[in-house]
Design a protein around this ligand. Structure first.
Ligand SMILES: [Zn+2]
Length: 444
C-alpha cells in the first residue's frame, strides 16, 4: 500500500476521529504545526509512557530528567548550533519566496541574472545562497536586544549534557549509566512536510548513555539491538523496519558512528529513530566553554576520563505516525468494507467500547454501571447510538481492541459478550471477571 492515496486516507481519518488536527485551523492553519486531538493525545501519551517505563523504570542504570526548553545561550555556542546549524537558502526579491539552495526547481545560478524563480518566474531576482540558522530565536526580559537573545532548544540532548554532573552526583550512579528525557524541541525547517513527519515543533524521547572510552563500540551495538527490539515488541511490521547506517560523509560533525532506524511510510523509507556514538564531543565542548571540569574519576582504577556518549534519539511524533500508519488496515468483513486500526492493545487510545444492545429492558443501566466501574482502570467509550454493527465499526476505526455488549442474557446470568477487534470472535465473560479478562489481554 505504498502510495500517496493511503496517506491521504490516514490524514483524513486522523482528523475525522480526533487523532491530529492542524494547528489554528479556524485561522487557516499554521504551516507544519499540528495538534493532537482526544484520541491522538492518548496514543502519544501511551507511547511516551511505554518508552519511559522501558528506559527509566525497568533499568537501574538510567535516570530521568526534565530540562527547561530555554537554556543559557552559551550552550548553543558550545554545541555548535549557533555557527553550524544552518541551511544555505536563496530568496526571491520579487515574490519573497525562500528556497533551499539545493532545491531542484531552481534553474541557473542564484545571484546571477540567468537564475529563474520557480514561483513567480522572474529572472535575476534570486539572491546568492545565504546561511540561515534553523534555531527559533526570542528575547528574555523586557528589552529586545542582542544581549537578551535566547533560543528555543533545537534538540533535548544538551539539557542532559549540562546536567550530567548534577545527575551523577545526586543519584550516586557510576559509569556506565544513562539519562533519559522526553521534551519539545523546535527547528525552523524550510521544507517541512509529510503530515506530522517533519514539523517545526516536535517532541523527542532521548537517552544519553555515558560510557568509558574504549567501551563505546560495544555499547553502541547493544543499544542498536535494544532499540530495534523495542519497535518489534510494539508490534510494528518487521518488513517495514530497517537500519540505515550513515556513511562517512553523512555523519554529523560530532559522531563517530550513526545508525537510523527507518520505517517504510507510504511516502517512502524515512528515519524515526537515530542511534549515535557522539564520542566525548559534547562534554568536551561544555567543559571548554563553561570552564567546569566534567571528567569522571573511575573508582576502580583511580584514573580520570571524559565519558563517551551513546545516544538513542526517537521522535515521539514520528513514532505516533509510525504506529498510526502501521495499524491502518482496510479489509472486507461479511461483504462490507471496514477500516480498522490494529494497534497493539496496550497503546490503543480507548481500551474498551461498552454497548447496551438496545436502549430498554435495563440494558443501558447495566452497561452504564459497567462502564463506570471499568473507567477506574481503563479508558472506556460508552455508546448507545445506532445499530450494534455501526458501533463496532466506529470503535474499529479508533483502534479499540475490545467491544463489550450488554444483552438480554446479561440480565439473567450477569455475563457480557466481548468482541475482539482483530479476530471478530465473541466470547461470553462473567461481568465480575471482566476487568481481569481485559487486563490480561492488555499487557505486552
Ligand atoms: Zn519569485
Amino acid at each position: 500500500m505504498a502510495n500517496a492515496n493511503v496517506m491521504d486516507k490516514i490524514v483524513s481519518l486522523a482528523k475525522r476521529r480526533g487523532f491530529v488536527f492542524q494547528s489554528s485551523e479556524i485561522y487557516g492553519g499554521l504551516g507544519s504545526v499540528w495538534d493532537y486531538g482526544p484520541l491522538g493525545v492518548e496514543l502519544k501519551k501511551n507511547l511516551k509512557e511505554r518508552w519511559w517505563r522501558s528506559m527509566v523504570y525497568q533499568r537501574d542504570d538510567i535516570e530521568g530528567v526534565d530540562a527547561a526548553i530555554l537554556m543559557h545561550p552559551k550552550v548553543w555556542e558550545a554545541s555548535g548550533h549557533v555557527s553550524g546549524f544552518t541551511d544555505p537558502l536563496v530568496d526571491c526579491k520579487q515574490c519573497k519566496h525562500r528556497f533551499r539552495a539545493d532545491d531542484p526547481r531552481l534553474k541557473g545560478t542564484p545571484g546571477e541574472p540567468d537564475a529563474q524563480c520557480p514561483v513567480c518566474g522572474n529572472k535575476g531576482t534570486l539572491t546568492a545562497p545565504r546561511l540561515f540558522n534553523l534555531m527559533f530565536k526570542t528575547f528574555m526580559g523586557p528589552v529586545e536586544e542582542q544581549a537578551a537573545v535566547v533560543y528555543l532548544r533545537p534538540e533535548t540532548a544538551q539539557g542532559i549534557y549540562v546536567n550530567y554532573l548534577n545527575v551523577l552526583q545526586s543519584s550516586r550512579q557510576k559509569i556506565p549509566f544513562g539519562i533519559a528525557q522526553i521534551g519539545k524541541a523546535f527547528r525552523n525547517e524550510i521544507t517541512p512536510g509529510n503530515f506530522t513527519f517533519r514539523t517545526r515543533e516536535f517532541e523527542q524521547m532521548e537517552m544519553q548513555f555515558f560510557v568509558k572510552p574504549g567501551e563505546d563500540e560495544r555499547w553502541f551495538e547493544e543499544w542498536k539491538a535494544a532499540r530495534m527490539q523495542w519497535h518489534a515488541d510494539l508490534g510494528i511490521t518487521a518488513a517495514r523496519l530497517r537500519f540505515h547506517p550513515h556513511a562517512k560523509d553523512e555523519l554529523a560533525h560530532y559522531a563517530k558512528a550513526a545508525f537510523d532506524i527507518e520505517y517504510e511510510f507510504p511516502f517512502g523509507w524515512q528515519e524515526f529513530e537515530g542511534i549515535h556514538n557522539r564520542t566525548d564531543f559534547d562534554l568536551g565542548r561544555h567543559q571548554e566553554h563553561s570552564g567546569k571540569k566534567l571528567d569522571y574519576l573511575d573508582p576502580a582504577t583511580n584514573t580520570r576520563f571524559l565519558p563517551y556518549v551513546i545516544e538513542t534519539s526517537l521522535g515521539a511524533d514520528r513514532l505516533a505516525l509510525v504506529t498510526l500508519v502501521d495499524a491502518y488496515t482496510e479489509e472486507e468483513v461479511e461483504g462490507e468494507q471496514r477500516v480498522v486500526l490494529r494497534f497493539l492493545p496496550a497503546i490503543a487510545p480507548i481500551k474498551a467500547g461498552v454497548f447496551p444492545l438496545v436502549k430498554k429492558d435495563g440494558m443501558p443501566e447495566f452497561a452504564t454501571r459497567l462502564a463506570a466501574d471499568l473507567r477506574h482502570h481503563l479508558t472506556v467509550f460508552y455508546d448507545d447510538g445506532g445499530s450494534i454493527g455501526r458501533r463496532y465499526r466506529r470503535q474499529d476505526e479508533a483502534g479499540t481492541p475490545f467491544g463489550i455488549t450488554v444483552d438480554g442474557q446479561t440480565l439473567e446470568d450477569q455475563t457480557v459478550t466481548v468482541r475482539d477487534r482483530d479476530t471478530l470472535r465473541q466470547e461470553r465473560v462473567a461481568a465480575v471477571g471482566l476487568l481481569a479478562y481485559l487486563q490480561a489481554r492488555l499487557v505486552g
